[in-house]
Design a protein around this ligand. Sequence first.
Ligand code: PXP
Length: 236
Amino acid sequence: MLLGVNIDHIATLRNARGGFEPDPILAAEVCEENGATSITAHLREDRRHMKDSDIKALMKVLKTNLNLEMAVTDEMQKIALEIKPHSVCLVPEKRQEVTTEGGLDVAGQLLRITNFIQPLVETGIYVSLFVDPVEEQIRAAANTGAQFVELHTGQYSIAFGTSEEQNTFNALSEASRLAHALGLKVNAGHGLNYQNVHRMRQIPDLYELNIGHSIISRAVFTGLAQAVKEMKELVK
Ligand code: PXP
């Protein structure tokens, strides 16, 4: 199974000061050097973390694949067609949300999404639909022309360690099996961390996991000791 790393929160931290550090582009290169097989960046309507210039810079420097996460809007379609990332992952987007809250309702807007995807696929961009592990959504996704689904692991992550864990895990397994049988490649992500990720290896046919928050959170602690030592050297 492959590991894609979402670097949005590096940009969140940078934007907190409005300067240049930490640099998400450099972060992406470090992720690649250490085994990431793709880099995900979510260009939100409000540009709260990644900026248009970040996406362009990533396209220049990445040795692996850029997975551009974006909403189903004309603005984002135009940007994707200009930039031509390796793949796009379509997600629902609400201005007020802290992070992507649920999967895309593909079944409820089949024609809109099918039409939206068509020029992207014709340009050679792989399209992934971020969906809840629900049969209706998987079947709809297979009818749109998208090549991938990304299964929303949020419910599993929340339920991990509770009596609901097994049900949410079963839903992911069944959804993955069905998507694969319908000819889709299957990614998964959201809320995966160092405790709950191991069960993803038991899910059939998973291709790549996309993980962000837990990796960036852990990096603070695995890097803090060295960062303090280096500053201490400079000030002593
Ligand atoms: N996949 C999708 C579609 C997402 O929206 C996100 C969050 O931006 C992730 C994966 C990564 O989730 P997390 O940051 O919780 O690892």
